[in-house]
Design a protein around this ligand. Structure first.
Ligand code: CDP
Ligand code: MG
Length: 132
């Protein structure tokens, strides 16, 4: 059994999509083993996305991620890391497959509704960061 880390981002929370996204998560066989609503400080958003510090979108991204409450999630399932990435869809909602959360609820490549860890090691670090 594997646990991955997910976030319902500020755009999706503001749009009232928490319930629908959680429904998709549960329908896809994930067990929610951690859940917390939180308003990130700019500093915490910057630390979380530190890996992207050199990217041109870093400033906007961290401002956006601290612009309103998020929902942090710990999701358990066999092969959870890969499975959650599939349910989320591609980073750019315009390129995401039909039925994926980003296709359904993402506004654009930045405001794309959800986050998911990209590897098991990343998941461990991100889970520890949000659920110490
Ligand atoms: O979230 P994901 O792992 O799919 O993508 P990423 O490449 O790790 O980028 C992290 C986040 O930065 C994305 O989810 C977007 O919110 C944002 N981003 C952006 O604003 N503009 C880009 N060109 C790429 C990513
Ligand atoms: Mg990523």
């Amino acid at each position: 059994m594997e646990t991955t880390f997910g976030v319902i981002k500020p755009d999706a929370v503001a749009a009232g999509k928490i319930g629908e996204i959680i429904k998709i998560i549960e329908k896809n066989g994930f067990k929610i083993v951690g859940l917390r609503m939180e308003r990130l400080s700019l500093e915490k958003a910057q630390k979380f996305y530190e890996v992207h510090k050199a990217r041109p979108f870093y400033n906007d991204l961290t401002k956006y991620m601290s612009s309103g409450p998020i929902v942090a999630l710990a999701l358990e399932k066999e092969g959870a890391v890969k499975a959650w990435r599939q349910v989320m869809g591609a980073t750019n909602p315009a390129e995401a497959e039909e039925g994926t959360i980003r296709k359904l609820y993402g506004e654009n490549i930045e405001r794309n509704a959800v986050h998911g860890s990209d590897a098991l090691e990343t998941a461990k670090a991100e889970l520890a960061f949000f659920f110490p």
